[in-house]
Each structure stands twice: as C-alpha cells, then as structure tokens.
Design a protein around this ligand. Structure first.
Ligand SMILES: CC(C)(COP(=O)(O)OP(=O)(O)OC[C@H]1O[C@@H](n2cnc3c(N)ncnc32)[C@H](O)[C@@H]1OP(=O)(O)O)[C@@H](O)C(=O)NCCC(=O)NCCS
Length: 198
C-alpha cells in the first residue's frame, strides 16, 4: 500500500467539502481515542479552525490511492523546534502505517527547515489509566520521543480546562532529529559516526 503525504495547499482553505470531510475524520478519531476525557459535545476541531491552519500550510494529509486517509497539524514553535498534533487516521486504514508515515513526514519537513527537535503532547487523565493513551505513549517512545515535561492542562491551555470531564495533565515529548546527509554535505560534514582508529 503506497502512502503519499503532502501539505494541503493554502487554496484548500476554500474547499468546504474537503474541510468538512477532514473535520469529520479528525473529530471521529478523537471522539473514540479521548472518550471519557471531555464533556459531551466537545470536539477536537471544526471547519473554520482547520481552514485557518490550511491557509498557513500547516496541515499535512496522507493519501492512499488518491483518497485522504489521515492528517496532522504541524507548526514551528521556536527557532529550533517543530511541533505536531491533531494526528488522526481514518479507522478503516488504521494499523497500516499511515500514522507513522505522517510523523515521518513531519520530522522530514522540520529537518528540511533546519529545525533540530520535534515536540508533541499527550493529554493524559491523572485519576485513571487510559489504555489508548498508554499505547500511544509506548508508540512515541518506540519512535524515539522522550518525556521532557509534565504540565497541568490549565498552565498550557487554560481555555480547555472547563471542557474536561476528568482531571488531566499534558505530557510533553520531544525527539532530536539529525540533519539530512545532504545538509551535512553542504557543510562539509559526514552523517556517519567517526570511525574508531584501528
Ligand atoms: C494514533 C493514530 C494516529 C495511529 O494511526 P495508525 O495509522 O493506526 O498508525 P500506524 O499504523 O502507523 O501504527 C502506529 C502504532 O500503533 C500500533 N497500532 C496501530 N493500530 C493498532 C491496532 N489496531 N491494534 C494494536 N496496535 C495498533 C502499531 O503497532 C504501531 O506501532 P509500531 O509501528 O511500533 O508497530 C490513530 O490510531 C488515530 O487516529 N487515533 C485517534 C487520534 C489520536 O489519538 N491521535 C494521537 C493524539 S497524540
């Protein structure tokens, strides 16, 4: 199965049918994955929010046979750090590597922009173990991310606290990304580890 990942062009902000489809896919994914975390009626995003992010070129989509099956939001946080969030894959195509392909694309894009670190956050209930979040955390660890900070949701997203159905914290993960070999070559360096003297 070939998975193609690309940023949506800014003009897609005007494509209402596309925005509706993407909104439905993302909200359905989060409704299942974050069941019990939010008060009824809370959704992850809406078409207007997505249109704003698409206009900035911050939404990457994964396509299989031309059909959008996954999406992620990515942006630059500071001079050296990129971030991703709102990662969602159509459940029909779940477990086939689409989520992994989207993360690889985020990391490649950050690297190509000269960034050194990629960050993500996992919203995690503090009063009970959320099996899905635990599986997500294990996956991100396997992908090379590590916890750099645990913060109260209110510290980071004060507007969201009233929408929670259960107390949660934000676990912040980061991964250092190595420069591309081509980038090193232009700087006259090698991506290989130095050989030990024989
Ligand atoms: C999390 C999510 C994006 C993963 O997408 P995906 O396309 O299924 O991801 P992949 O196929 O690349 O697999 C990701 C990992 O999860 C595991 N996994 C995926 N589907 C699984 C399933 N049905 N059962 C068990 N494990 C599964 C895989 O083992 C894989 O790990 P590995 O590559 O080390 O083997 C998707 O499940 C989703 O949209 N979830 C809802 C929204 C969400 O929670 N987003 C993340 C917020 S931080």
């Amino acid at each position: 199965m070939e998975i193609e990942v690309a940023a949506l062009p800014a003009t897609s902000r005007l494509d209402q049918a596309l925005l509706r489809r993407l909104t439905a896919m993302i909200n359905a994914g989060y409704a299942t994955a974050e069941e019990g975390i939010w008060r009824d009626g809370t959704t992850r995003t809406d078409a207007a929010d997505l249109a704003r992010l698409v206009a900035r070129g911050e939404i990457l989509v994964a396509r299989v046979a031309g059909r959008i099956v996954g999406a992620v939001h990515t942006r630059q946080l500071d001079a050296t750090t990129g971030q991703f969030g709102m990662l969602a894959v159509d459940p029909v195509h779940g477990g086939l590597g689409v989520g992994g392909a989207l993360i690889t694309a985020v990391e490649d894009r950050c690297r190509a922009r000269g960034l050194r670190t990629v960050q993500l956050e996992i919203l995690t209930p503090t009063a009970w173990t959320h099996a899905g979040k635990a599986a997500l955390a294990a996956w991100y660890l396997r992908l090379g991310y590590h916890v750099v900070r645990v913060g109260a949701l209110g510290e980071m997203y004060p507007d969201l606290v009233a929408k929670l159905a259960t107390p949660c914290e934000m676990v912040v993960y980061r991964k250092d990304i190595a420069p591309l070999p081509s980038e090193l070559a232009t700087r006259g360096l090698s991506s290989r580890s130095p050989r030990k003297p024989s």
